[in-house]
Write a protein that binds this ligand. Structure first.
Ligand SMILES: Nc1nc2c(ncn2[C@@H]2O[C@H](COP(=O)(O)OP(=O)(O)OP(=O)(O)O)[C@@H](O)[C@H]2O)c(=O)[nH]1
Ligand SMILES: [Mg+2]
Ligand SMILES: [Zn+2]
Length: 382
């Protein structure tokens, strides 16, 4: 049976069930009660009263009424989240950066709605002195985020049972791989492409460290994606090759650079905009220790117009928000063959007389791309 949503909209506002703060709920009974009893041979002072049964879900939660006019309140500042650190956000209002907390009720609602505040979000915030509750637990913060504007293009991934929004409100995802150190991972590139398309973002495939492409494999891989109709870039942050093309792609756009650790995402941005001084890592350390140089996503305004979000490399990437029956749509070269599969609900994995598999056998679909599809299909749930 479908679970009822725990939101109701009434005349006065929206009723939302939220958790009590943990520090308001008292323990039903001491955790070490049995232990104490054993140690003292049962001669402990019995509590005069106690809740033997732990508090249930009902009593741990309360209903509050939320007014959805936060964004319309006068005097609110507007800005864009440039980086997140735990529960704190740095917000750029175009003049300076404000270090903000997130209003608790907003955080609860957004987490219930699967989307906490993230880099790239357009937010409204109050500044210290204009609101109560800015200082929390002795940490004076400059502002409090009161509302988050609806998002456009976003890059999400599945992390366990939760969906993580890596970045919001971007037009382009520059998916960076390197010709070597580390070698390209086709499956990861394809996962980034699918996630970008699902999130309404245009993917651009960038092959960096092209100076290390001794046998031309990376260039041929890139040609494969160009053939599928994707915009491709060959770059070298070391010798500056292709940087002008990258600049033209990013100009006046909101973009994110994504890809595995060590491929040179931060190096590319440093070459693109001298003076940025983003931290870059030593390759040898990465392979030995698997460490990531960039640890949090950060939004960078570009001198030539637009902005770009540098992200930490990730080793594995689970795609979110797409049932496996719909995956075929995101493999553009499959689309012409799908209607001629024998079974209308063909998954193109185990069925006979599958036109997609026949196209792979004929060489019309590259086996690597088919392999990416099958791996994604196996990972996804319905
Ligand atoms: N040969 C060569 N080396 C490069 C190039 N671009 C980056 N590097 C080297 O690759 C290493 C990793 O670069 P980073 O920019 O830290 O890589 P990253 O993708 O930002 O890594 P994370 O922040 O961990 O995700 C550094 O040692 C760079 O000097 C390139 O085009 N050619
Ligand atoms: Mg980096
Ligand atoms: Zn099929």
């Amino acid at each position: 049976m479908a679970r009822k949503p725990n939101r109701r909209v009434s005349k006065e506002g929206e009723k939302v069930r939220v958790s009590f703060r943990r520090n308001r709920a008292s323990r039903p009974r001491p955790n070490d009660w049995t232990q104490q009893s054993r140690e003292t041979d049962g001669q402990i002072d019995s509590p005069t009263s106690e809740n033997v049964v732990a508090k249930g879900e009902m009593s741990r939660r309360r209903t509050v009424i939320v007014h959805d006019d936060a964004a319309d309140r006068p005097g609110l500042h507007q800005g864009i989240v440039v980086t997140m650190s735990g529960r704190y956000a740095d917000v750029d209002d175009g003049v300076r950066i404000w270090n903000c907390t997130v209003r608790r009720i907003l955080r609860t609602r957004l987490i219930q709605g699967r989307h906490p505040v993230t880099v790239g979000d357009h937010v409204r915030f109050t500044v210290e002195g204009e609101c109560e509750g800015v200082a929390q637990k002795g940490v004076a913060k400059e502002g409090v985020i009161e509302s988050v504007d609806p998002r456009t293009g976003q890059l999400c991934r599945r992390a366990g049972r939760r969906i993580q929004t890596i970045v919001a409100n971007v037009d382009l995802a520059v998916i960076v791989s390197s010709a070597a150190e580390p070698p390209p991972r086709i499956n990861l590139i394809d996962r980034y492409i699918v996630s970008s398309l699902v999130g309404g973002i245009t993917p651009v495939i960038c092959m960096n460290k092209i100076d290390l492409d001794v046998n031309g494999y990376a260039a041929s891989l890139l040609d494969r994606y160009a053939h599928l109709g994707y915009r491709t870039l060959r770059t070298s942050a070391s010798d500056g090759g292709g940087i002008d093309d990258l600049r033209e792609v990013l100009r006046d756009k909101a973009s994110v650079v994504a890809g595995q650790s060590g491929v040179g995402k931060s190096s590319l941005l440093n070459t693109l905009q001298p003076g940025l001084a983003l931290r870059i890592g030593k390759v040898i350390e990465k392979f030995d220790k698997g460490c990531h140089t960039t640890t949090t996503a950060s939004l960078i305004r570009l001198d030539f117009g637009g902005y770009v979000v540098d992200t930490p490399g990730i080793r594995s990437f689970d795609v979110s928000d797409v049932p496996r029956q719909q995956l075929e749509v995101y493999f553009v070269e499959f689309i012409p063959f799908v209607p001629t599969c024998k079974f209308p609900d063909c998954t193109h994995t185990h069925e006979n007389e599958c036109s997609v598999k026949a196209a792979v056998d004929r060489g019309d679909i590259h086996p690597d791309r088919y392999d990416s599809y099958v791996r994604l299909f196996t990972d996804q749930t319905d």
